[in-house]
Write a protein that binds this ligand. Structure first.
Ligand code: RFL
Ligand code: PHB
Length: 386
């Protein structure tokens, strides 16, 4: 096979990039090691910032998002006894959108179907070759067991944190940073109307709790837990009672309902030492990971897609490599901003350390509840104005 860009990974990064390139008349081939069903049903992100919504609109996959998504003007932050609304729209004039990653994935898949874009699912033995030359290639074994080769001008590594692209870069460990947090999130999806109009981020002495949603009938909730805890230790009753306790405020009640999915995820921050090696470019989780407290993973992936997409358009259409060569620096500036914001939100809201740390967190939240400059700073980072 021959194409301009070989895209490894059919998650949000891979397919957003595929659609962006297609819109600009640039050809790409996508390969993915999982099945389409598996990728479509992976429950993850829910919160989209303005620039991600703009990108989806630009590549023609925002119709359902605009119809079924929920536009939110702000979030609630909470300490025991006090819930404070931070209104982004009033503070800085921007809103955010609640729309599940499963839905974005489906919309992207359907857009690829409509365009006749082939995606090779369930491939194995993916290997990258000659990435520091002008003729890189990707080899793999297709679903039917046939050995395949894609010859291309550029490889986009959109294969998430565990994929082969980053690992293929010599010396990538140099300048890579990782922080593994001593807690995880237990996430549940429940068939019950949300008990709140906008997201609640609650700090509680027993641990962080969060209330998000997917629609007016489906709630998404999270609890801070030990990352090594076994989900089997968490009955539905125990989950609801812990959520109700950690999010309690006078006059408010958490509605409960059937839990349809529950799992525990570890939390880490990671920034790759390199996002580029010759003609290989890392996009999204392949190059960087944040804890979900700032809702930045998918949003910064969209940011990478725009920067790489712009670089590739100049490269293929104007024979100008300047923007493409600037990709790593442009992307990393945002990556470090969201890395700091996600770390800050995580550190302020999760229970860790001793009583001194607890008092510092509480003091910071109380200060934020009163101080408009701090609220504006949070709002700008949360909606992604950079
Ligand atoms: P993905 O989604 O991991 O997709 C990578 C794809 O590459 C495939 N792959 C391979 N393909 C071919 N060959 C191989 N050898 C391959 N190895 C892997 C994988 O199967 C997969 O399909 O990365 P991508 O596309 O960069 O997208 C990143 C986002 O998925 C991620 O950042 C977000 O989900 C993070 N995140 C959130 N981000 C937000 O912006 N807002 C949120 O509200 C938000 N909430 C969350 C989140 C992540 C969470 N978890 C589970 C970590 C909430 C949670 C709980
Ligand atoms: C979600 O809806 O899954 C979600 C929203 C905001 C976050 C994290 C997760 O910060």
């Amino acid at each position: 096979m021959k194409t301009q860009v070989a895209i490894i990974g059919a998650g949000p990064s891979g397919l957003m990039l595929n659609r962006y390139l297609a819109k600009h008349g640039i050809e790409s081939i996508v390969i993915e090691d999982r099945s389409r069903d598996y990728v479509e049903s992976r429950i993850r992100a829910g919160l989209l910032e303005t620039q991600a919504v703009n990108l989806l609109e630009e590549i023609g996959v925002s119709d359902r998002l605009k119809k079924e998504g929920l536009e939110h003007e702000g979030i609630y932050l909470q300490i025991p006894g006090e819930r404070k609304h931070i209104n982004f729209k009033d503070l800085i004039g921007y809103t955010v959108w609640v729309y599940g990653q499963t839905e974005i994935q489906r919309d992207l898949d359907h857009a690829c179907d409509a365009a006749g874009q082939e995606i090779h699912y369930e491939v194995t033995n993916v290997e990258l070759h000659n990435t520091d030359s002008e003729n890189p290639s990707v080899t793999f074994v297709d679903k039917d067991g046939n050995a395949q080769k894609i010859e291309c001008a550029v490889i986009a590594g959109c294969d998430g944190f565990w994929g082969p692209s980053r690992k293929s870069i010599p010396g990538v460990e140099v300048g890579s940073f990782e922080r593994v947090y001593p807690f995880g999130w237990l996430g549940v999806m429940a068939d019950v109307a949300p008990s709140t109009d906008e997201l609640i981020y609650a700090r509680h002495p027993d641990g962080f709790a969060m209330h998000s949603m997917r629609s007016d009938k489906v709630s998404r909730l999270y609890l801070q837990v030990d990352p090594k805890d076994d989900i089997a230790n968490w009955s539905d009753d125990r989950i609801w009672s812990e959520l109700s306790k950690r999010m309690a405020v006078d006059g408010w009640e958490l509605k409960t309902g059937p839990i349809t999915e529950k799992s525990i995820v570890a939390m880490r921050s990671f920034v790759s030492g390199k996002l580029k090696h010759g003609r290989l470019f890392l996009v999204g989780d392949a190059g960087h990971i944040v804890p979900p407290t700032g809702a930045k993973g998918l949003n910064s992936a969209a940011n990478d897609v725009r920067f790489l997409g712009e670089g590739l358009v100049d490269f293929f259409k104007k024979n100008d490599a300047n923007l493409l060569n600037a990709y790593e620096d442009r992307a990393k500036e945002t990556v470090w901003r969201v890395t700091h914001f996600s770390w800050w939100m995580t550190s302020m809201l999760h229970t860790m350390g001793d009583e001194f740390d607890n008092q510092l967190q509480l003091s910071q939240l109380k200060h934020l509840f009163k101080n408009k400059a701090l609220q504006t700073n949070l709002a700008e980072n949360y909606v992604g104005i950079r």
